[in-house]
Design a protein around this ligand. Sequence first.
Ligand code: CP3
Length: 348
Amino acid sequence: MNESRFLHACRREPVDRTPVWFMRQAGRYMPEYRAVRAKHSLLEICFQPDLAAEVTLQPVRALGVDAAILFADILLPLIPMGIQLEFAAGEGPVIHTPIRTAADVAALRPVEPRESLAHVLQAIGLVRRDLGDHTPLIGFAGAPFTLASYLIEGGSSRNFVKTKQMMYGAPQTWHALMGKLARVVADYLVAQVEAGAQAVQLFDSWVGCLSPDDYCEYVLPHSQFVLRAVKATGVPAIHFGTDTAMLILWMKTAGGDVIGLDWRTPLDLAWKALGPETAVQGNLDPVALLVEAPYPELERRVQAVLEQAAGRPGHIFNLGHGILPETPVENVKAVVEMVHKFSMRRAA
Ligand code: CP3
């Protein structure tokens, strides 16, 4: 049953234990990752299929999680669109030529992911060959809004001032940009499914900075375009954002079989508001993992998440956002064991 626990939960079918995986489960907190990273840049790992596949498999081997997530980055599809990006040490991504005008948007190139992102798709094939049907593989992409925010700001942002200035002040340019991004992201996700991804997650990490009205007008139709394309493939989609609170109600309208929540949104209230036809993923605070054994407080927090889900079919355990680089690996492993132990269902 282990092989499909995650996929069953995406479809709200009963499972023997609550499935668990982690955003950023491959990354700097793992010594195996740091060893690869010492020899290769982030982009080298992403574009060399054997390295990307190896790093994808590291947490599956080390942690016993119920799903693998492809090792890549949400910003990769921007490169074939004509954007030069860099991952500067300690600063996060940097885009030296941000998109600010209608002419900038017009110059963005369309992308054929099967050509310009073929290496990423090859990594999916390699991972699937290794995992077989034992552990499902999640593909992913950034949602149009979150990608647009990086393109317009030129990197990470706090208040998304330039992004909102384009949205409010030049809505035609905004929609032209979002339309182009939605097309690229939709094609890329469909290509990932064709290559073997058994579920996908759409990361709209920063969409929580918007009001519901602005979300509906400037974002929802574009995310909906992406999620409709995924739905047509038949694989489940997880629609994730942080700091979303009530925005999840409109994110649900945009699409997704599973809504991803962070720790600021109570899982029980969110699920009640979303309704039983939606699955939910989340939502432990990643900072809760920064403790030393023994783990009474961590156990209490894992239990609290599971109690809010109350054993209803359709809960996938995860953090509310990615694992922090300073997290001890043994704590991540302990959380996997706790989730499986505390959620064990009696044989039907
Ligand atoms: O294990 C996994 O989750 C898969 C790998 C993955 C990466 N990025 C690799 C990566 C995934 C799913 C992402 C998604 C991603 N990338 C998001 C959405 C998820 C989220 O966190 O909200 C965003 C916003 C990005 C953009 C991005 N890439 C940032 C802001 C940074 C710098 C952050 C940091 O911690 O330094 C990156 C770099 C990056 N992407 C790293 C990893 C493992 C760390 C850099 C390194 O190894 O040098």
